[in-house]
Design a protein around this ligand. Structure first.
Ligand code: C2E
Ligand code: CA
Ligand code: CA
Length: 466
C-alpha cells in the first residue's frame, strides 16, 4: 500500500500546501466577489441585497424600529444616450457615486442595469424618507461635467416602509416597485407606496391579464354594440361601434375602465382591429339586407392611429368584408392628431382617399385650438358630452356650443352632439344647426339584433316628438 513516510513531508512541502490552500481560498473569495457583483457596474447584486436586507430587517424587528426599501430607476433619457457605450457607462458610474454620496455604500444592483435597490435602516418617519428621496433626485439630476455637459437625466424612486407597507422582504420590495412604477407613470420623482396605490395597480394588472386571455380566446367575451346617430328628421343615419366586454370573473367591465389600460399595454391594437373588423362586417351584412345607406363610426385609439401599417390594415378589413370606405367613419381625438400634426394630416388624407370619413371625438376637451382645425381633413366634430350635459340651462355652455357649431359650419364641417339625454338639449342643438345627435334620449348603445330592430321600418325613431 503506498504510504507517505514522515521524512517525505519536508517543512517546505508542508508550507507549500498551506500556500496552495491560501491561494485557493483567495481565488475562491475573488470568485465569490466576482459572482456577487454586477459585471458592468461592480455593485453588489440582488442576492446580496436580500442578505443585507434580512440582517437589517432582523435588527428592525428586534428593536421595534421601522425601515424603508427604495427602488430607483433612471429615467428614459438615460436609455437614450446614443452610440456612446463608454459615455453612458461613465455616466452610470458617476450617478452611482452620486447616489452613494446620499445613502452611503449600501447601494445594490437590481434586475436591470438602470435599476437599484436600497434599504434605509431605522428611518424616523415618512418625512425622513421623503427628504432622502428629494436629495437623491437632486444629485442625480445635476448637470454632468465636460464632455457630457449636454447630457442630463433624472430618476424615479419608489419607497415602501416597514411595518406599514408589508412585513416580508418580498412584500416590501414589490410594493416599492409598485410605487416606482406609479412615479414613472405620473412623472412624479419619488413617491411612497400606499394601499390605495397597490389596489389600483393590482386591479390594472388583473384587467390586463384577463384582457390578454380574452384576446387569446378569440375575442369570445367581446361584443360590439351600436348607438344610433340621429338626424333632424329623427332618422338613424349611422351608428357608433362601442365595444362591450363580459368576463366570467369580473363581469361586465366598462370600456372606460379597460380601454385606457389596453392603450397603455398595447393590447388596444388587437382589440381595435377586432372592433373595426366586426363593426364593418356587421354593417356590410346590414347593407346586404337592404339597409344600404347606413354607416358605422369606429373609435381609433392613439396607438392604433400611430401604427405604420394602419392604412393597409383598414384597407384589408374593408376588402375582406366588401364594404365601401364611404360607409366607414373613424373617430380620432384631438390628442391623437395633435401629437404629430404633419404625419397625422398625411395619414388622414390617405384614409380619406379610401372614401373614409373622419371625426374629431370629444371635441372641446383637448387642445381646442380652433386655428388648427382647418388644417386637418375632418368631416365631423363630435361635441363632447360635458358641454351638452346642461346645455339647455347653462348659458356659458350654450355660448360654447354655438361657437363650435358656427365655426364648424364656416369651414364646412358637420357637427354631432354626444350624450344628449333629454328633449331640452335636443331642441337647443337642432335649433342651433347641429346635424346629428347621439345619446340616451334616442337610444343607448344596443347589441346588433336590437339595433336591427331600430332601423327596421325606415329607421325613424318613434316617440321622439310625441
Ligand atoms: P366615447 O367614444 O366618447 O363614446 C361615447 C360614450 O358615451 C359611450 O360610453 C356611450 O355609451 C356613452 N354615451 C352615449 N350617449 C350617452 C348619454 O346620453 N348619456 C351618457 N351618460 N352616456 C352616453 P362607453 O360605451 O362606455 O365607452 C366609453 C369610452 O370607451 C368611449 O368614449 C371610447 O373612448 C372608449 N371606447 C369604447 N369602445 C371603444 C373601441 O371600440 N375602441 C376604442 N379605441 N375605444 C372605445
Ligand atoms: Ca367615440
Ligand atoms: Ca366621445
Amino acid at each position: 500500500m503506498p504510504g507517505v513516510r514522515d521524512d517525505q513531508v519536508s517543512s517546505d512541502g508542508f508550507s507549500g500546501l498551506i500556500e496552495e490552500n491560501r491561494t485557493l481560498r483567495e481565488k475562491n473569495e475573488e470568485l465569490e466577489t466576482l459572482l456577487n457583483q454586477d459585471p458592468y457596474t461592480g455593485l453588489p447584486i440582488r442576492r446580496l441585497f436580500d442578505r443585507h436586507f434580512d440582517d437589517v430587517f432582523l435588527q428592525a424587528q428586534e428593536s421595534g424600529t421601522s425601515l424603508s426599501v427604495a427602488m430607483l430607476r433612471l429615467d428614459s433619457s438615460y436609455a437614450k444616450i446614443k452610440n456612446a457605450r463608454d459615455r453612458s457607462r461613465v455616466l452610470l458610474f458617476k450617478t452611482i457615486l452620486r447616489i452613494q454620496s446620499v445613502i452611503g455604500e449600501t447601494l445594490f444592483q437590481s434586475d436591470r442595469l438602470d435599476e437599484f435597490l436600497i434599504v434605509l435602516p431605522s428611518v424616523s418617519g415618512i418625512s425622513e424618507v421623503v427628504a432622502i428621496g428629494e436629495r437623491i433626485l437632486n444629485v442625480v439630476q445635476q448637470p454632468h461635467e465636460q464632455p457630457a455637459e449636454d447630457i442630463s437625466f433624472g430618476c424615479y424612486i419608489g419607497f415602501s416602509v416597514y411595518p406599514a407597507n408589508g412585513s416580508s422582504r418580498e412584500d416590501l420590495i414589490s410594493n416599492a416597485e409598485i410605487a416606482l412604477e406609479e412615479a414613472e407613470r405620473w412623472r412624479l420623482g419619488s413617491i411612497l407606496y400606499t394601499d390605495q396605490m397597490g389596489q389600483r395597480y393590482r386591479d390594472r394588472y388583473e384587467i390586463d391579464r384577463r384582457l390578454s386571455a380574452a384576446i387569446d380566446a378569440d375575442f369570445a367575451e367581446f361584443e360590439v354594440y351600436f348607438q344610433p346617430f340621429v338626424d333632424t328628421e329623427h332618422r338613424i343615419r349611422g351608428a357608433e361601434a362601442l365595444i362591450r366586454w363580459r368576463n366570467a370573473t369580473l363581469g361586465a367591465v366598462s370600456p372606460a375602465r379597460f380601454i385606457p389600460i389596453a392603450e397603455e399595454t398595447g393590447l388596444i391594437r388587437q382589440i381595435g382591429q377586432w372592433v373595426l373588423f366586426s363593426a364593418c362586417r356587421q354593417v356590410a351584412e346590414w347593407h346586404n339586407r337592404g339597409f344600404d345607406d347606413l354607416f358605422v363610426s369606429v373609435n381609433l385609439s392613439p396607438s392604433q392611429f400611430k401604427q405604420h401599417d394602419l392604412i393597409d390594415r383598414v384597407k384589408g378589413v374593408l376588402s375582406a368584408v366588401k364594404l365601401d370606405g364611404r360607409f366607414l367613419k373613424l373617430e380620432l381625438t384631438e390628442r391623437t392628431v395633435m401629437e404629430n400634426p404633419e404625419s397625422a394630416i398625411r395619414k388622414m388624407r390617405e384614409l380619406r382617399d379610401l372614401g373614409i370619413r373622419l371625426s374629431i371625438d370629444d371635441f372641446g376637451t383637448g387642445y381646442s385650438s380652433f386655428s388648427y382645425l382647418g388644417k386637418f381633413p375632418i368631416d365631423t366634430l363630435k361635441i363632447d358630452k360635458s358641454f351638452i350635459d346642461d346645455v339647455h340651462t347653462n348659458l356659458d355652455n350654450q355660448e360654447i356650443v354655438r361657437a363650435i357649431i358656427s365655426l364648424a359650419r364656416n369651414i364646412r364641417i358637420e357637427t354631432l352632439a354626444e350624450g344628449v339625454e333629454n328633449r331640452g338639449q335636443r331642441d337647443f342643438l337642432y335649433a342651433e344647426g347641429c346635424r346629428f345627435i347621439q345619446g340616451y334620449f334616442y337610444s343607448k348603445p344596443v347589441d346588433s339584433e336590437s339595433f336591427e330592430r331600430l332601423i327596421s321600418g325606415g329607421g325613424f325613431l318613434p316617440g321622439a316628438d310625441a
